[in-house]
Design a protein around this ligand. Sequence first.
Ligand code: AMP
Length: 326
Amino acid sequence: MSGIRSTGFLHLGNYFGAIRNYVRMQTEFNCFFMVADLHALTTHPDTKELKESVQRVLAENIACGLDPEKAALYCQSHVPETAELYLLLNMLAYKGELEKTVTFKEKARQHPDNVNAGLLTYPVLQAADIALHRADLVPVGKDQEQHLEMARNFVNRFNHRYGDVFPEPHAFNFGDELIKVPSLDGGGKMSKSQNQYATIYLSDEDELIRKKIKKAKTDIAPEKPNSPKPESIQNLFLLMKLVSEEDTIQKFEDDFNHLTIRYGDLKNQLAEDIIRFVSPIRERAKEIFNDKEYLKKVMTSGAARARESAQSTLKLVKSAMGMDYF
Ligand code: AMP
């Protein structure tokens, strides 16, 4: 089980941190993936663009290879059982631990005039999304590690107090380390709503990708053979590892170690390899986004599958809590 907020255009971080694993998982596991529109409201109270954003996130996920016939693909607010489980789990979440969450502190700093209760309890809603399907594997990027730990705490508290209902959820990346796709400005990560020029979106046109990569932060060239790479250069190599061929990466590694590297060449190659990766997804996403009937069908059938699973979990929850009154 996993989700992506409808707060903007999807980017390489979303793809390599999350969606790539959704696509790999969908054939092996019983999967639920959703567009987290309720989570989006914690930081984006203006709903003018919400509908488009939900449709775009769906279209982009499908364009990346997610198959709504295989995985249940739905919109969070179409499954009201989410809100019910969220309410129940809120009784097991403590103000102190919520206030200490890194993302809460970060977002409270970014939006000082909108530090709402939904933002504080964001990890509880996320735990509810996961627990709703009694999911144990959660494909997410590295930035979600702390939230996953909190989800484990909440469900363990539930199990301890009321009886074993939920498996422990764990972040999942096919045995590999969780990924953080860095932004192009030398610090932080690619993100939907910040650093727009330092983030490569799956909807970016070819020329824009070239421009962004050209502007990416670099450092002075190495002065001694086999020097450690400065962070901004490490980031470019990290991106290359995601989109380029093995021998291309090796060539630039050798150039770096033998002091013959030209960062301009590295960037040109990286830009072209990103374009090769992004452009078919971008074109496919446009087609899917324009097919509103198809999107409606996906959302309707995804919600039906998700609600069936959610209702059976809530039955177990109510019975464990002694809330099955008749
Ligand atoms: P969000 O865009 O915050 O709703 O995140 C949706 C999914 O994408 C989550 O699983 C995140 O961990 C993942 N994600 C977002 N940004 C990055 C990034 N820069 N690197 C790796 N994963 C990311």
